[in-house]
Write a protein that binds this ligand. Sequence first.
Ligand code: 5GP
Length: 193
Amino acid sequence: MKRGLLIIMSGPSGVGKGTLRQMIMDDKDLNLYFSVSLTTRLPRAGEQNGVDYYYVTEEEFKEDIAKGNLLEHNYFVSHYYGTPKDKTEEMRNKGVNVLLEIDVNGAKQVMANCGEEDKPLSFFILPPSIEALEARIRGRRSETEEVIQERLGKAKREMSEAPNYTYSVVNDNLKEAADKIATLIKEEIAKNN
Ligand code: 5GP
């Protein structure tokens, strides 16, 4: 059986990655498993443990790092985020394509650790403009001004990393962006078979 693809989706905070992810997860032809990350941040309204993230303490997170349980990890705006290694491998070995929604530093680690013949397919999601991104981050109303400024500053720096990804997709229209990503994944699945 062909090993499943490793697919990375990154993009600045507030760009709409979560919504895009849900839309492409609904496309059953893509045969995707969403890798649920560990985080030390608190759940936002509507988020569920085990669905959006596994919410853990800093102590638990550090223990996972020490045990080598994480494929990659990063410290982002005062919190740790990381990808559990076992599940990713298990699903890929079953032929399922695994989707990681991770930041640029995590993506760099994954890209550096994959061999030439096992390169991840990677997407960088861009906002139509910085103003649109700021409006989205503010619209979430879940963060203090300091955190908003920190996320915006990070977003601008992150966007300079877009050329390192296989594809950049502008999220101007959700449906169009999701369709574009789905089409590109299907092309890669066809090549992988
Ligand atoms: P948020 O707090 O908005 O859910 O996520 C903040 C950032 O962390 C986003 O850019 C998101 O993609 C990233 N992120 C989520 N999970 C992981 C992970 O497992 N590893 C890394 N490196 N970044 C992650």
